[in-house]
Design a binder for this molecule. Structure first.
Ligand code: ASP
Length: 602
C-alpha cells in the first residue's frame, strides 16, 4: 500500500499518534474520535474480532497497544483472529444506535477500507481478554500472547512510567546513576546466591549480586557522593507472590547523611512515582519505631489502612490468678461485631493461633445479655468465670469493647504475643491490595541483631555493615540483642517496600560488630577484605536504601502478585514454561567449564 496524498499524518485527537506514526501507519487504534471524521487514515494491528454480514460486509475490530477500532470492509475479508493487518480507511460516524459506549473509539468506525495481511496467525491458545480465566502456566508458556491483554499492557506501561519517575526524582536530587557488575563476589546479606562458573579459571566462580551493597559502599569511598541505580538483583530463594529470583531495586547510597536525609530522598522518589501512576500525590508518610509497630500492629511492616490495633493488657492481668494469663505479655485484639462467630469458627481461630506458635488463644464475646437496658456489657467465654470483677472491667475498658464485639487474647512472650495477634489481625481485617488507598510508612530503630542462631550467636538483622544505634553502642558486648540499629524500612499497605541503613565506616565499631556475629579477622579478610581495606583509605560516613520496584509497581497497579508486573517471570518453582529454562547444558559446554554432575544423594 502506498501513502496517498490524502492520508492524514498529523492527528488532531491524540498525543500518542504524534510519536507513534510510522511509515506504515498514521494513527494508533485507540486514537480516533468523532472530530477525525472524514480523515483518511492507516492503522496496523491484530484482529481482535471479525464478523461477516452476508457476503458483502465484514466488520473487523483491529487492536493495537492503545485500543480497538472497528473497520468496515465491503466484501469479505480473509483474516482470522490475531492475524496482523494494515487497514486503510476513512473515519466516519457510526450509524445512529450502533455506537459502543464501552470503547473509547466507539462513536466512529473506518469505512471504505482496504486491507493488507501483514502476517497470518494460528488460533491463539486463549482469548485476548482480561476476563478470560487462564491457567498461569499456560499464560507463561505463551507470555507473548498473554502480554497482548489490556491489563498486562497497562501493567508494563505503568511499570515504565514508575521507573522513569523514580529515575527523574533521583537525578533531580543530585544522584548519579552508576552501573555495578553482575559478575561479582558474595555479598553478606543472608540470601543464597547464584554462582556462575568461570571458564577461564577452572573451579572458580563469580557470584551474581543479591544487591549492589558492597559496590555502592565502594562508590562512596570513591567520592561519588550520591549514587543510584535501577539495579537487577538475584537471590536463589524460594519464590512467593512477592518474590522472584531476579528483581529490580531502586538502589541508593549517599555520603555525609543521617537516616532522615536518606528517607527524604527516597520519600520524594516514591511519592513522585505514585503520582505518576495514580495522578495524585499520596498524603504524608507516617513514621513508627520498630518497637511501636510490633506493639500496635504485631508486625514490622504495618498495614495502616485499617485499625484493629493490638491492646496491651499487662496492667489488667498484672496479679492475675488465671494461670493462662500469667505470662510476660498479655495482649488483645478486638474484632468489631465478631461475637456472631460460631463455635467452629472460634475453634478454627484457636487452632490458627497455635499453628502460629501461641500456647493458646482465649476468646471473649461481648454482649449486653441479661443486663437491664444493656448498658454494661457482659462477657461470654469459658474463661469468664475465672476473672475477677476488676479484670473483667479492665478487659472491657482497655479494649473499648462494645456489645457485639469479640476479644481475642494471647498471653506469651512479648514477641510471640505480638506476632500471633498481628497475623490474626491481618487475616481477619486486611483490605484487598486493590482497595485504592496508599499508606506509606517509615519503620525505624530496628534491632541490630536477630537470632540467636543454632550456635547461640546473634545474626545480622539487616547486614553486618549496619551501624548500631549511637545510644546503644555501650550494649554491644554486654547485651547485644538489646542493641538497636540505624536501619529503617519503607512499608506500603503492609508490604515491605525496601530497607536501608547508615553503614559502619569506622574500623573499631566494625570489629566489635564482627565479634558479636562471631566473624573472625581471617574470615572478614577473606570474605570482604577488599571493602575493609577500602575503608582504610578514607571512608565518608554514608548510608543508603533500596526500594523494591516490582512490589511498588504491583501495589500501584493493584496486583496481588509481582508476576503480573514482570514481563517474563519465573513460575513458583523457578522455571520458565516458555523457554524451558533451566535446561541441561550440552556436554561440550560442561567440558569447557570443567563441570561434571554428581547424582543427587538419595
Ligand atoms: N542492600 C540492601 C538490600 O538489598 C539495601 C540497603 O541497605 O541499601 O536490602
Amino acid at each position: 500500500m502506498t501513502a496517498g496524498p490524502e492520508i492524514s499524518v498529523s492527528p488532531s485527537s491524540s498525543s500518542s499518534s504524534a510519536t507513534s506514526a510510522t511509515a506504515m501507519r498514521t494513527h494508533m487504534c485507540g486514537d480516533l474520535r468523532a472530530r477525525d471524521s472524514g480523515t483518511r487514515v492507516r492503522l496496523c494491528g491484530w484482529v481482535a474480532t471479525r464478523r461477516e454480514h452476508g457476503e458483502h460486509l465484514a466488520f473487523v475490530d483491529l487492536r493495537d497497544s492503545t485500543g480497538v477500532t472497528q473497520c468496515v470492509v465491503d466484501g469479505s475479508v480473509e483474516a482470522r483472529t490475531e492475524w496482523v493487518l494494515q487497514v486503510e480507511g476513512t473515519v466516519r460516524m457510526r450509524p445512529d444506535g450502533n455506537e459502543n459506549p464501552e470503547l473509547a473509539t466507539g462513536e466512529i468506525e473506518l469505512g471504505d477500507c482496504t486491507v493488507e495481511v501483514l502476517a497470518r496467525a494460528e488460533p491463539p491458545p486463549f482469548a485476548i481478554d482480561d476476563r478470560a480465566e487462564v491457567d498461569e502456566s499456560v499464560r507463561l508458556r505463551y507470555r507473548y500472547v498473554d502480554l497482548r491483554r489490556p491489563r498486562m499492557q497497562a501493567n508494563l506501561r505503568l511499570r515504565s512510567r514508575i521507573i522513569s519517575a523514580l529515575r527523574a526524582a533521583m537525578l533531580r536530587q543530585g544522584f548519579c546513576e552508576v552501573e555495578t557488575p553482575l559478575l561479582w563476589t558474595p555479598t553478606p546479606e543472608g540470601a543464597r546466591e547464584f554462582a556462575v562458573p568461570a571458564r577461564l579459571h577452572r573451579a572458580k566462580f563469580y557470584v551474581l549480586p543479591q544487591s549492589p551493597q558492597i559496590a555502592k559502599q565502594l562508590l562512596m569511598v570513591a567520592g561519588m557522593d550520591r549514587y543510584f541505580q535501577v539495579a537487577r538483583c538475584l537471590r536463589d530463594e524460594d519464590l512467593r507472590a512477592d518474590r522472584q529470583f531476579e528483581f529490580t531495586q531502586l538502589d541508593i547510597e549517599a555520603s555525609f547523611v543521617t537516616p532522615s536525609d536518606v528517607q527524604a530522598a527516597v520519600t520524594e522518589a516514591v511519592l513522585d512515582a505514585s503520582e505518576a501512576a495514580r495522578g495524585e500525590r499520596p498524603g504524608e508518610v507516617e513514621r513508627i519505631t520498630w518497637r511501636d509497630s510490633m506493639d500496635r500492629y504485631g508486625v514490622d511492616k504495618p498495614d495502616m489502612r485499617f485499625g484493629m490495633e493490638l491492646v496491651d493488657l499487662g496492667e489488667v492481668f498484672a496479679g492475675t490468678e488465671v494461670r493462662a494469663f500469667q505470662a510476660e505479655c498479655v495482649k488483645a485484639l478486638r474484632l468489631q461485631q465478631g461475637s456472631e462467630l460460631g463455635r467452629n469458627k472460634l475453634d478454627a481461630l484457636v487452632e490458627r493461633a497455635k499453628e502460629l506458635g501461641a500456647k493458646g488463644l482465649a476468646w471473649f464475646k461481648v454482649s449486653s445479655a441479661g443486663q437491664p437496658g444493656g448498658t454494661v456489657p457482659a462477657l461470654e467465654s469459658p474463661l469468664d468465670k475465672f476473672l475477677t470483677d476488676s479484670e473483667r472491667a479492665g478487659l472491657l475498658s482497655h479494649t473499648r469493647a462494645e456489645p457485639g464485639d469479640l476479644l481475642l487474647v494471647v498471653a506469651d512472650s512479648w514477641r510471640r504475643a505480638c506476632e500471633v495477634l498481628g497475623q490474626l489481625r491481618l487475616e481477619l481485617g486486611r483490605p484487598p491490595v486493590a482497595s485504592g488507598e496508599l499508606r506509606f510508612c517509615w519503620v525505624t530503630d530496628f534491632p541490630l541483631f536477630d537470632g540467636p542462631n543454632e550456635e547461640g550467636r546473634p545474626v545480622a538483622a539487616h547486614h553486618p555493615f549496619t551501624m548500631p544505634h549511637r545510644d546503644d553502642l555501650e550494649l554491644l558486648e554486654s547485651d547485644p540483642m538489646a542493641v538497636r540499629s540505624e536501619a529503617y524500612d519503607l512499608v506500603l499497605n503492609g508490604w515491605e517496600l525496601g530497607s536501608g541503613s547508615i553503614r559502619i565506616h569506622r574500623e573499631d565499631i566494625q570489629r566489635r560488630v564482627f565479634d558479636a556475629l562471631g566473624i573472625t579477622r581471617e574470615e572478614a579478610e577473606s570474605r570482604f577484605g577488599f571493602l575493609l581495606s577500602a575503608f582504610r583509605y578514607g571512608a565518608p560516613p554514608h548510608g543508603g536504601f533500596a526500594v523494591g520496584v516490582d512490589r511498588l509497581v504491583a501495589l500501584l497497579a493493584g496486583e496481588e502478585n509481582i508476576r503480573e508486573v514482570i514481563a517474563f517471570p519465573k513460575t513458583q518453582s523457578g522455571t520458565d514454561p516458555m523457554t524451558g529454562a533451566p535446561k541441561p547444558l550440552p556436554e561440550e559446554s560442561l567440558k569447557e567449564l570443567g563441570l561434571r554432575f554428581v547424582p543427587r544423594a538419595e
